[in-house]
Design a protein around this ligand. Structure first.
Ligand SMILES: [Zn+2]
Length: 449
């Protein structure tokens, strides 16, 4: 045991013993049989339904209005009878979603960054050992939670002033460096890389777009950079183009983790990177078709999630606004937690056509997948007048760029049946939305929100 590890265990043992306990539990759960895992998940689902009916006014009223009582949900197949919870419900009924029987000091309220087009407030139970999910995930990548780390993130209150000093002291001797993703000038990136090389952390974590931006600056400026063990991207899906760029620059695998402000720690890739393992003992994930029926195995559907652990502000069958699909085959890494495919695009990011139809973000995020070398970044932008612009950062070393851009523009034009104008625009870099890079932005889609 290293000094870092001993001190880390002692501090967590005193400060948050529930996290160490959960970590031990999660570490053994990940090798249980499918039946055993299903049993844990189903028991927790029934329990949270009962709790919500008894203690949360919103659920009691909503379920009563459609004639549903938790006692009638006897088999897993019955679960889909429970009404879904929309983002609008969350926005309109925040106060009725809180458990009034719990002391308010355990309720922490946060707001989403609005990455899905509708900023919402959400509550969480501060006692939950959420970090334990992260510890299990880091273990899959050969990284320990007490190791040094580098973050590219929005710098929050916890990192500033006295709070920042206290935070660093609590983590000592583990060192963590941060780069503010909401303001990334070239000089900031160069300074961050200097610090990064000095610390030599095994893990680099942050917004996908921000890390891809750093990688492009490193490549452009030909900066020397130390190689971490793993790169953990989150907040927006990573495209093939971005993955290739980041991995080439940092010589480390990029791992995808899926979660949101409303329901964090949903799933993460293991070292095999064949899909994302769902944190099944605390999350239940469903994939629904347009008629709100479960899709056939392996088919993409709207993701609906139940958080099985938060009793202070329960989110039951929450429409998270993403599309995804189940991967039925077990993973070769030995972890038995069920798998989902990488989440592509946001269902709220749709390109609208004059005839009333929409083009899904899923499709648009893949337009350069066959040509990962041609561009260093891209974004499909639809302005309020309906026109579509394919913004891209060309790779000056690839002589095929012009032809490929022509081809992609033609393909999208075909897709929209020439109803709207489609143009391409070369840019030195893709504009960020407070550090988050969005693949598909439609001003028409945002107007309706
Ligand atoms: Zn695996």
């Amino acid at each position: 045991m290293t000094f870092q590890q001993i001190l880390f265990s002692v501090k967590y043992g005193l400060y948050r013993p529930q996290t160490a306990k959960a970590h031990r539990e999660y570490a053994s759960n990940q090798y249980l049989s499918k039946d055993e895992l299903d049993q844990i998940n189903w028991t927790k689902r029934k329990k949270i339904l009962k709790h919500a009916y008894a203690n949360i006014p919103f659920y009691r009223e909503r379920w009563t209005s459609v004639g549903i009582h938790p006692d009638e949900i006897k088999k897993p197949e019955d679960y889909s009878q429970i009404p879904r919870l929309s983002k609008c419900d969350l926005k309109d009924h925040f106060d009725k979603l809180k458990d009034s029987s719990v002391q308010s000091k355990f309720l922490v309220v946060t707001a989403t960054g609005g990455s899905t087009g509708m900023p919402v407030k959400v509550g969480h139970d501060s006692r939950l050992p959420l970090e334990a999910h992260g510890w299990r995930m880091l273990g899959w990548w050969g990284v320990k939670p007490y190791m040094n780390a580098a973050y590219v993130w929005r710098v929050g209150q916890a990192n500033l002033g006295l709070k920042g000093i206290l935070n660093s002291t609590l983590w000592w001797p583990t060192r963590r460096i941060r780069m503010d993703a909401s303001n990334m000038q070239q000089s900031d990136v160069e300074e961050f890389i200097l610090k990064f090389n000095l610390l030599n952390p095994p893990i680099l974590q942050g917004y996908t777009g921000a890390i891809a931006h750093i990688a492009s600056v490193v490549r452009q400026k030909n900066l020397w950079v130390k190689f971490p063990k793993a790169i953990w991207v989150t907040s927006s899906p990573v495209s093939k183009v971005q993955r290739q760029l980041i991995e080439e620059v940092f010589h480390a695998p990029v791992y995808d983790q899926y979660g949101s402000c409303e329901i964090p720690w949903i799933s993460a890739q293991c070292a095999e990177r064949k899909g994302l393992h769902i944190n099944y003992e605390s999350r239940f994930v469903e994939y629904l078709d347009q008629e709100n029926k479960p899709v056939k195995q392996g088919v993409s559907g709207r993701i609906v999630i139940t958080d099985l652990e938060d009793y202070v502000f329960p989110l039951i069958r929450y429409e998270i606004g993403d599309m995804g699909r189940e991967l039925p085959d077990p993973c070769t890494c030995g972890v038995t937690l069920p798998m989902m495919d990488q989440v592509l695009g946001r269902t709220t990011d749709l390109v609208h056509l004059p005839n009333g139809s929409c083009i899904s973000g899923d499709y648009l995020t893949t337009v350069f997948d066959d040509y990962p070398d041609a561009v260093r970044g891209f974004q499909v932008f639809q302005s309020a007048d309906g026109k579509i612009t394919i913004r891209y950062v060309p790779n000056p070393d690839d002589p095929r760029v012009r032809d490929i851009i022509k081809k992609v523009t033609y393909e999208i034009g075909k897709r929209v049946n020439s109803e709207v104008e489609v143009n391409a625009q070369a840019l030195p870099e893709i504009p960020h939305d407070r550090g988050k890079l969005r693949f598909v932005i439609s001003e028409l889609d945002r107007e309706g929100k």
